[in-house]
Design a protein around this ligand. Structure first.
Ligand SMILES: Cc1cc2nc3c(=O)[nH]c(=O)nc-3n(C[C@H](O)[C@H](O)[C@H](O)COP(=O)(O)OP(=O)(O)OC[C@H]3O[C@@H](n4cnc5c(N)ncnc54)[C@H](O)[C@@H]3O)c2cc1C
Length: 521
């Protein structure tokens, strides 16, 4: 009997078992939910890879207002301040909830949280479990999930399409590897499938971050927001492995510096990520090699950064000489499916949470360690909505036609294309060529579609802002505007209608704020 035949009828379907999806599922208790994921919560997705930690204003002298100010400074004019405030204000509750779910954040001898400081944060507010915070989070949440009777978890299952009927969600097509797609009727589908930075060749993001949410939501008719904004992590270990192992930002917070082959410290190691990634890429383009020198961290290195030393050893470097070659790598997708703070898209019943969403928290660039916070906070808010909402009656529908999905471009070829045109520097002519190349592939190929949407938005944004640097448009344009558009508008843009990629100032959210108060899930 297929695993699909045992699913609770009409239950909300959460797609993706990273931090956002698992938090949504746990917070929905006691309402029965289905959690499907292509990978196991501990083995796939970005969440178990996270090292540095999770930001929250819990410390003495810190406040939501200060955390918000740092977030807005990095977001370069494209944050939605109201949404950002709402999600950041949940920081202390998120930390408390995660501890209640079994996470044990590092503490000082006096029992307070041991908070680290990372680039762009003016105060130490990163809660961590040594330098393997993501793994620790997902281990604790998986244990909790295993005891959660209201969650039906199916792994090895991919979501292929969201079905929309009469403007509302009617279900989702799921398939195990090599199996025939199965239609799962539900009036609520939550996309928690992570970001799109895994589409790049030079990436620290996992392969699962393949733009699924962008593609599925776009095909369903939802609006997208700012998909051109991809953050490049400045310090991935420069080795042939994929994903490129990341050397955590916290190392620089603890004193590590960036030097070149001459030993010259050529840039400020605590500069914001985009500035640092550009400085490293520029220095490499000038023919230098770049190294992260962790010797200044001193005697704390082994205690606080065991993962870093393990990574060096695994890749053949001597942990006793912690100086490692680094390069920037595609790391995080700020853009995504347009949502409010609770993950609601503009299609009733369709949610997107975590990195899949563009909630307005990050704007044009992400403040370090705000993404685990966003994933958990949106999960708590979306889960609370699932818990409180009566399922909508499903339209008495005929079985919808099965989606035809067929990669038309290999992941390697797509990675080379994105590395070439959607990297740290972009240029109109090359973006236009890439868009023409991708356009004929998007009808069936979800990854080509995700790339198409990102390239279209990068081309439409004729300015340099946040994580986007255009060689042909080096200055920012005022006032700052988000790109908010549908698949049809992106298609029209690619066909030459340059007005169709609406860039709108989005600080007036298109959504009614949730009246629902956060209760303790
Ligand atoms: C190396 C690395 C280090 C990082 N360090 C930090 C950090 O220290 N602090 C911080 O705040 N952020 C960090 N980030 C970012 C952060 O980890 C992510 O933004 C966050 O974990 C995203 O969580 P998520 O639940 O949205 O997605 P993910 O954790 O990526 O989970 C997505 C899930 O969806 C599944 N999926 C994808 N497509 C489908 C499909 N079609 N059908 C079914 N399932 C699907 C995947 O298998 C996976 O289970 C880091 C990222 C990386 C790559």
């Amino acid at each position: 009997m297929s695993a699909f035949s045992r699913l609770p009828e009409g239950a909300p379907v959460i797609v993706g078992a990273g931090l956002a999806g698992v938090a949504t599922a746990l917070a929905a208790a006691p309402r029965p939910v289905v959690l499907v994921s292509e990978t196991d919560p501990l083995q796939g997705g970005a969440s178990p890879l996270a090292q540095g930690g999770i930001a929250a204003a819990t410390g003495p002298g810190d406040s939501v207002a200060r955390h918000l100010a740092d977030t807005l400074a990095v977001g370069d004019g494209l944050n939605d301040p109201a949404t950002a405030r709402r999600l950041l204000a949940l920081g202390p509750l998120v930390i408390e909830t995660l501890e209640r779910w079994g996470v044990r954040f590092d503490r000082t001898p006096s029992g307070d949280f041991a908070r680290a400081r990372e680039a762009g944060h003016r105060l130490p507010r990163i809660h961590h479990v040594a330098d393997h915070t993501g793994r620790a989070l997902m281990e604790a949440l998986t244990a909790r999930l295993n005891e959660a009777a209201h969650v039906t978890l199916l792994t090895g299952v991919r979501a292929l399409a969201v079905q929309v009927e009469e403007g509302c969600v009617a279900g989702v097509f799921l398939a195990g590897k090599g199996e025939t797609p199965f239609f799962c009727p539900s009036s609520t589908v939550v996309l928690a499938t992570g970001g799109a930075a895994g589409l790049y060749g030079a990436r620290s993001a996992p392969a699962s971050a393949d733009g699924t949410a962008l593609a599925l939501a776009a095909r369903a008719g939802a609006r997208l927001r700012d998909p051109e904004f991809v953050q490049f992590h400045p310090t991935a270990l420069d080795v042939p492995a994929r994903p490129l192992p990341l050397l955590t930002e916290a190392l620089r917070g603890a004193g590590a510096v960036l030097i070149d082959e001459r030993g010259v410290a050529f840039t400020d190691p605590l500069a914001p990520r985009d500035a640092l990634a550009r400085a490293i890429a520029r220095h490499r383009a000038e023919g230098h090699r770049v190294f992260l020198d962790a010797r200044p961290v001193g005697s704390h290195l082994a205690r606080d950064f065991p993962q870093f030393l393990r990574t060096l050893a695994v890749h053949g470097f001597d942990p006793g000489m912690p100086v490692a070659p680094v390069r920037p790598a595609a790391h995080y997708h700020m853009g995504g499916v347009l949502t409010d703070a609770s993950g609601r898209t503009d299609i009733p019943g369709l949610f997107a949470v975590g990195e899949a969403a563009a909630s307005g928290l990050h704007g044009a660039n992400r403040l370090a360690s705000n993404s685990l916070l966003e994933a958990a906070a949106m999960g708590l808010l979306a889960g609370a909505i699932l818990r409180e909402t009566e399922p909508a009656p499903l339209p008495a529908s005929r079985l919808p036609p099965r989606p035809r999905r067929m990669p038309r471009l290999s992941r390697e070829a797509l990675g080379v294309l994105l590395d070439g045109v959607m990297g740290i520097w972009r240029e109109g002519e090359r973006l236009r060529e890439a868009l023409s190349h991708l356009a004929p592939l998007i009808a069936e190929d979800d990854q080509a579609l995700a790339a198409f949407l990102m390239v279209a938005a990068a081309l439409g944004r004729r300015e340099s802002r946040g994580a986007q640097a255009r060689r042909d448009h080096p200055e920012p344009v005022h006032p700052p505007r988000s790109s908010v558009f549908t698949l049809d508008q992106a298609r029209a843009f690619a066909d030459g209608d340059v007005t169709s990629l609406q860039q709108q100032n989005d600080d007036a959210s298109p959504f009614v704020p949730s009246p629902m108060e956060m209760a303790h899930p």
